[in-house]
Design a protein around this ligand. Structure first.
Ligand code: NAD
Ligand code: LMR
Length: 336
């Protein structure tokens, strides 16, 4: 049998924390399966090159049978040359006293040129997931600079929020995560996101009915609004407070889950990803917003027809309003 052609995966921010947690899982086959060789292109800024080079040395020392080559560069065009998958992790972190507009501008300076490099150099089947924050709007900026790449190939990571919701729900219902279905993260990867349990099931039982029966309906609603939703939505801040730095291994695991499901499908039901809105569920067209999604034939599809009650409508609208505001800001800064 002829050997499979390697898939080229470009990782930005490869010298950083999430990069280090991602590289060894990608090279081991966790991203694309045990039959698919991978070629890694690692992009860093000059200050990060030594760390990325060090990771490349360790990749060599790990002798992964699936690893077909590693290239380290600080040139975006070189990094995205022939890329089939782009993991856009490197971003400018928010520093003390920095206004949100400054953060958006600084990241526009990164994701605009990277979008242009993807447009010019990537393979025709390029799929992109943006992890670097503010992830949804960074994906919008990158896509705007890649007019020849279908917009739906640019996505942002909300799988970490989805996985956090599964973890919390597993404890609350005493059900293994593998038996939980129908959770959705709506909106922005920020504290405004809406983790929605209205359609969730645990071992086949509807979660709202299950927890209402166990706790009483009022207590269930109090837990949902006062504990579950803020816990998931603010988990990033909780991790920063407890660890002393932002989530790394769980962010890398979620990035792997996102791309693996995108490429290989979602046989166990829907998950959450921030994808370009087609106007579904009243989310303005073109925004990169989190939805319930299934992967069908290698493309994300927004799950249609879910009932949205007044509570959910209000929460979705609030997070989407934040995305609209971010889009206005990057427009007024001339970034899209
Ligand atoms: P880190 O600071 O450890 O690493 C970031 C790396 O990116 C650094 O090595 C830096 O040199 C590099 N970098 C900066 N600008 C670059 C550019 N233009 N091109 C290539 N590389 C560049 O940070 P981290 O812990 O790895 O986190 C990375 C990003 O992921 C942050 O923005 C963080 O907020 C975000 N994040 C997102 C999620 C999510 O769920 N979406 C979760 C956790 C973290
Ligand atoms: C997370 O959700 O853990 C991160 O997006 C938090 C952050 O601000 O980096």
């Amino acid at each position: 049998m002829a050997a499979k052609k390697p898939v080229t995966v470009t990782l930005t921010g490869a010298g950083g924390q999430i990069g280090y947690a991602l590289l060894f899982r990608i090279a081991s086959g966790a991203l694309l399966g045990p039959e698919t060789p991978v070629r890694l292109h690692l992009l860093e800024i000059p200050q990060g090159l030594r760390a990325a080079e060090g990771a490349a040395l360790e990749l060599q020392d790990s002798a992964f049978p699936l690893l077909a080559g590693v290239e380290v560069t600080d040139d975006a065009h070189t990094a995205f040359s022939g890329a089939n998958i782009g993991l856009l992790v490197g971003a400018r972190p928010r520093t003390a006293g920095m206004e949100r507009a400054e953060l958006l501008q600084a990241n526009g300076g990164i994701f605009g040129p990277q979008g242009a490099a993807i447009n010019a150099a990537a393979a025709d089947d390029i799929r992109v997931v943006v992890v670097g924050n503010p992830a949804n709007t960074n994906a919008l900026i990158a896509s705007a600079h890649a007019p020849d790449v279908p917009a739906e190939r640019f996505t942002a990571l909300t799988r970490l929020d989805h996985n956090r919701a599964l973890g919390q729900l597993s404890v609350a219902t005493d059900t293994p995560v593998a038996e939980i279905r129908g959770v959705t993260i709506w909106g922005n990867h920020s504290a405004s996101q809406f983790p929605d349990l209205a359609h969730a099931t645990a071992a086949g039982d509807a979660v709202p009915a299950l927890l209402s029966a166990r706790l009483g309906h009022e207590a269930y609603r109090e837990w949902l609004v006062g504990e579950f939703i803020p816990r998931v939505a603010k988990r990033g801040a909780e991790i920063i407070e407890v660890r002393g730095s932002s989530s790394v291994a769980s962010a890398a695991a979620a990035t792997i889950d996102h791309v693996r499901d995108w490429v290989q499908g979602t046989p166990d039901g829907w998950t959450s990803a921030a994808v370009v809105s087609d106007g579904s569920y009243g989310v303005p067209e073109g925004l990169v917003s989190s939805f319930p999604v299934e992967s069908v034939d290698g493309a994300w599809r927004i799950v249609q027809g879910l009932a949205i009650d007044e509570f959910a409508r209000h929460r979705i609208d609030a997070s989407v309003a934040e995305l609209v505001d971010e889009r206005e800001q990057v427009r007024s800064l001339g970034l899209i």
